[in-house]
Write a protein that binds this ligand. Structure first.
Ligand code: HEM
Length: 201
């Protein structure tokens, strides 16, 4: 018997769709620039700049949305007991799930994310995405920040952070999509992001 809980408001679904699309374009153009590959270099640069700006605007929408709507509460956690919660969920993903055990942190209206999911979403959305956005803008206007303030070392460090975050967020996205397949059915979590309803087992 499966139950449905409304967890993904329309604004989060729109944000997420745009975010995923912009990310895919940024990864393709970013990789193409780095390896002078499949997209003509000047076109890749222009597209990367445009979609970087769009991603920033979309991120601000998400950030403010989570501040002013109830969705923000799902990202709130405490340091106390964090490690044991993460370990419990990790044990479930590596052992319990194969023994058909019940999930240690089932999805409810109050708890949309399990601890591992919540932790990775917080790190991705409140550390890595802001870092890639800030370093991206710095690369867009290098004359302001580097020539006058930080010099060539600053430029190199900024560039390295941007590329490392790009790599880590690409890895995050692959793992994220994989974990989205472990829902009530293979496709149920993807359907949630279309109709807003989470399906439980
Ligand atoms: C094609 C790429 C992507 C697909 C197919 C995808 C799929 C999904 C699905 C099915 C969910 C709902 C289940 C859940 O909450 O775990 C979800 C939620 C989420 N995804 Fe993705 N995702 C993609 C890219 C991304 C990217 C690039 C990011 C961030 C950089 C991201 C961040 C999030 C966040 C933060 C949530 C929870 C949103 C909320 O309810 O507050 N996703 N994603």
């Amino acid at each position: 018997m499966s139950d449905r809980i409304y967890l993904y408001p329309i604004w989060i679904r729109f944000w997420h769709l745009a975010n995923a699309l912009f990310f895919l374009i940024l990864i393709a153009t970013g990789l193409s620039m780095q390896y002078a590959a499949f997209i003509r270099f000047d076109i890749a640069v222009s597209l990367h700049n445009i979609f970087g700006i769009l991603l920033t605007v979309n991120y601000l929408f998400y950030f403010i949305g989570n501040k002013v709507s109830p969705n923000g509460k799902y990202y709130k956690t405490t340091w106390k007991g964090l490690f044991s919660r993460l370990a419990k969920q990790f044990r479930y993903y590596t052992i319990g799930i194969f023994k058909h055990e019940k999930p240690p942190f089932p999805v409810t209206k109050e708890r949309k994310f399990n601890p591992l999911q919540q932790f990775t979403y917080i790190v991705a959305m409140y550390a890595m995405v802001p870092l890639i956005i800030i370093t991206g803008w710095a690369l867009l206007f290098p004359e302001v920040l580097f020539n006058k303030l930080l010099g060539i070392t600053g430029f190199r460090i900024n560039d390295a952070i941007h590329i490392i975050m790009g790599f880590l967020l690409s890895v995050f996205m692959l793992i994220h999509i994989y974990f989205c397949t472990i829902g009530a059915t293979f496709t149920s979590n993807f359907k949630s992001m279309v109709n807003g309803f989470h399906e439980t087992h």
